[in-house]
Design a protein around this ligand. Structure first.
Ligand code: GL2
Length: 837
């Protein structure tokens, strides 16, 4: 750092934020001309985007530096959010809104000859996540900064994010998503380089102070982790937190010069590529555990680098180790970072030479674990031989953690051998596997689910034994939330402005319960009219997007029925498309007079299927095939359209979400842990049709049963129904569904063979997801939706009332709950802009 006497000079010269339109313009032009080496003659939208992003970034960086200095100075407890996924989407618009620069930028850029919307549109999404879990992490970062919490995110800097989806001949094809050609939002920190070891052996070393023989893990392959930092601005505050993403590179040089010089060019770069492969690509599975070695490498690489960083920061304070949990809270976003528990224990006992019990006490007070799923196929299990080979020392520590845990269980529940078998981290079998969720529970002081039903379910089912062992208090619920900044203010500025005009300004964006004021206006005719006009404008915008990208014209006055999310059997897009087919069949039977009475509908789908998930890909194919038949059927034209929006992602969601009349959240009860798009749609004045699952239940409680279309069997009925499917006598398919299947099997949507798996899942596959059981209820509920939509005034009432009651679902509320119940952290107030720490 700069010597004391010179600091005054330094301070005088210190960079300051631009202020006002002209200074902004000056910065944009300067960046276009000098940073990009472009000129007035070749500045296109893309260059204008880069110039704008760089100008906004300059201001952001100044706030970011101040925040980091202040947080270091205050030296409070921090939270570290470990997530393998951060589905950030675009940054520029969000950064402008959060820092209050949007209006300045809009005007400034327009005088330079560009439209702000076109510029925003140039940005590539940062798509480092699969779906809800990754987007939740991004919303949480926004809230942590907005609420001034000292918090860091830690993740991986994938060179390729989630693949880009193309629809070719109706089928999904995957294209790599290389997003880093120009990314002004990251700052490489080549000085923050951490060596991470894999493989190797564990050997006896020298004796420690207490005379015990130390274990030395050595001789492995070393890969370097390089930090890339991303500033995360809060809304209406200068607080700008840090997201640190690790990139892998070979340790000790680019490539092997020995091999290079002897002519072995391929060999010389092989190690480099091997190292770089670790952070090369995001695994594209949502709610499925693939168990691949490279994935385990990613996990350890990220966890080891992050913990090294956290421990190093703590050591700078020269506090005793026992104060570690008073300074550090680490949240495990799902089981993906569970090795952090083992790594911290390893650092304490092998490197810092703490006694086991002392170390373990600190470890367990540091971690919190969030469970995001009960689906058995998503629960992570690592094969013991794999871990033995890749992380031999960690396996020993896991065995010890497990042994001491099982001994404590034995003391509490003597001779219950089956209990010991059930709760052991090591599951017997060939090969043995490690149950990561169990390890996460044992190593954390709090375990939470993400919606009330989900938190109750994990306590009653997959983690029941652990509740008996550790007691109720260790298990809690934190219902998910979403950031209203991105999902209302940014995505739907007109609605945000209208709301602000009624609830007394934009404070509601930081205190979402202020939305309740809107209830006063549910009978205000002028307000309702404006409300519905804004909804229509959003539908017109989406219709234009659909026309531009698919050449299909949809009627913005039709009922927009939207289901956008990852394609998964448990989310039941198949039930939706079966329902669409059923509707089509009814329309075909009608006389022209009867048809005139029908509510026109546009069924919109979007979402990616995991590349290896064949059934999900078949569902996409059925949707596109139904579209091909229905959209060109002139007889019913206008009454039904079926659209599949290619490559659904965060920036597309920002167009789609404001445009929905009804959105579908129809998972088999008990399978969707929470869901968060349900919250986004309702916050934008869309109604929902859904099952009693995940956060739908709490949404119903908040907005009222009269404002939601619920359907289907309840979670507590699911097991019985599944049993009946397998062992019951006269199990017959719902007749309406039978009719739909017959039409598919008759080849109406192309070769029936394409769909044989989908039909078989309902019949010989015992209909695990209960499509047949819920189908009648689904169809009947869709009829109620039509009925309600005919009454546009009543619809507007439901829409406004629902928005007014959505305050609970702000991610700010969720973060405050974590801060209080799990992390025990306080906000860090920054001095007002202008003054220096
Ligand atoms: C998920 C759940 O499926 C989803 O219901 C939940 O809203 C999110 C965030 O808590 O987590 N779990 C999971 O593994 N993925 C999710 O989206 N991928």
């Amino acid at each position: 750092s700069i010597p004391q006497p010179l600091r005054e000079t330094w301070r005088k010269l210190s960079a300051s934020e631009f202020d006002g339109k002209e200074q902004f313009q000056k910065e944009v032009v300067r960046h276009v001309e000098t940073t990009l080496a472009r000129s007035i003659y070749n500045c296109d939208d893309n260059a204008a985007y880069s110039g704008t992003a760089l100008a906004i970034r300059d201001n952001l960086v100044i706030k970011w530096n101040k925040t980091q200095q202040q947080q270091t100075l205050q030296d409070q407890k921090r939270v570290y959010y470990l997530s393998l996924e951060f589905l950030m989407g675009r940054t520029l618009d969000n950064a402008m809104l959060n820092t209050g620069l949007k209006d300045t930028a809009r005007e400034g850029i327009s005088e330079l000859g560009f439209r702000i919307e076109d510029i925003i549109d140039q940005e590539h999404d940062a798509a480092l996540g699969n779906g809800g879990l990754g987007r939740l992490a991004a919303c949480f970062l926004d809230s942590l900064a907005t609420l001034n919490y000292p918090a860091w995110g830690y993740g991986l800097r994938y060179r390729y994010g989630i693949f880009k989806q193309e629809i070719i001949n109706g089928f999904q094809a995957e294209v790599p998503d290389y997003w880093l050609d120009f990314n002004p939002w990251e700052f490489p920190r080549h000085d923050v380089a951490i060596d991470v070891m894999f493989y190797g052996t564990v050997n006896p070393g020298p004796r420690d102070d207490r005379g015990n023989i130390k274990k030395v893990w050595e001789g492995g392959e070393i890969v370097q982790a390089i930090a890339y930092d991303v500033p995360i601005p809060g809304y209406g505050t200068d607080c700008t937190n840090n997201l640190r993403l690790w990139s892998s590179k070979p340790s000790g040089g680019e490539f092997d010069f020995g091999k290079f010089n002897s002519g072995d060019y391929e060999g010389s770069i092989r190690d480099q590529q091997r190292a770089e492969t670790i952070s090369a690509v995001l695994y594209p599975n949502d709610n499925i555990d693939a168990g691949k070695e490279l994935r385990l490498k990613q996990q350890y690489f990220w966890v080891a680098a992050s913990l090294h960083d956290i421990v190093r920061r703590f050591k700078k304070s020269h506090r005793p180790w026992k104060e570690f949990p008073d300074q550090v809270a680490i949240q495990l976003n799902d089981t993906h970072p569970t090795l952090a528990i083992v790594e911290l224990q390893r650092i304490f006992i092998d490197i810092e030479c703490l006694p086991w019990d002392e170390a373990w006490y600190i470890v367990t007070r540091t971690f919190g674990y969030t469970n995001h799923t009960v689906l058995p196929e998503a629960l992570e299990k690592w094969s013991v031989p794999l871990v033995q080979n890749l992380l031999p020392r960690h396996l020993q520590i896991i065995y010890d953690i497990n042994l001491f845990f099982l001994q404590s269980v034995e003391r509490k529940f003597p001779k219950d051998r089956d209990l010991l078998r059930r709760v052991s981290v090591v599951e017997e079998g060939t090969p043995q596997v490690l149950r990561m969720a169990y390890l996460a529970i044992i190593g954390s002081h709090k375990v939470n689910g993400v919606a009330e039903l989900h938190s109750d379910l994990i306590k009653a089912t997959i983690f029941k034994d652990f509740v008996d062992i550790f007691g109720q208090d260790k298990f809690t619920n934190v219902t998910n939330g979403i950031t209203p900044r991105r999902w209302l203010h940014q995505a739907n500025p007109k609605l945000s402005d209208l709301i602000a005009s009624k609830v007394g300004g934009y404070d509601f964006l930081q205190n979402l319960t202020k939305l309740t004021v809107l209830e006063k206006y549910v009978d205000d005719k002028a307000f309702k009219k404006e409300w519905m006009e804004i909804k229509l404008a959003a539908k017109v915008k989406l219709a234009k997007y659909i026309k531009d990208t698919t050449q299909i014209a949809v009627n913005p006055h039709s009922l927009f029925d939207i289901q956008v999310k990852r394609i998964h059997e448990y989310k039941r897009q198949q039930m939706n498309i079966f329902g669409v087919i059923y509707r089509y069949l009814r329309l075909k039977e009608m006389t022209p007079e009867e048809r005139k009475k029908q509510v026109p509908r546009t069924s919109i789908f979007g979402g990616k299927a995991a590349p290896g998930y064949w059934m999900a890909k078949t569902i996409i194919r059925l949707i596109t095939a139904v579209g091909e038949v229905v959209n060109r059927d002139e007889e019913i034209n206008g009454l039904l359209k079926v659209i599949f929006i290619e490559d659904y992602n965060v920036s597309k969601a920002e167009i789609i979400v404001p445009a929905s009349d009804i959105s579908e959240h129809i998972s088999t009860a008990g399978t969707e842990a929470s869901g968060t798009s349900n919250m986004k749609f309702v916050l934008n004045g869309g109604l929902i049709i859904g099952t009693c699952d995940g956060a739908n239940i709490e949404i119903t409680r908040e907005i009222g049963e009269e404002n939601i279309f619920l359907l289907g069997n309840l979670a507590e009925q699911v097991e019985d129904l599944r049993h009946q499917h397998r062992f019951g006598k006269d199990v017959v398919m719902d007749p309406k569904l039978r009719e739909v299947c017959d039409v598919i099997e008759a080849g109406k949507f192309g070769s029936e063979q394409t769909y044989s798996g989908l039909i078989a899942a309902l019949t010989t596959g015992f209909d695990y997801y209960l499509v047949s059981d819920d189908f009648s209820s689904y169809i009947a509920t869709q009829d109620l939706v039509d009925e309600a939509y005919r009454d546009q005034d009543g619809w507007a009432t439901k829409s406004i009332t629902s928005v007014a009651r959505m305050g609970f679902f702000s991610a700010d509320r969720a973060i405050n709950e974590y801060a209080e119940e799990v992390w025990n952290i306080e906000p860090c107030e920054l001095p007002k802009s202008g003054s220096r720490p």
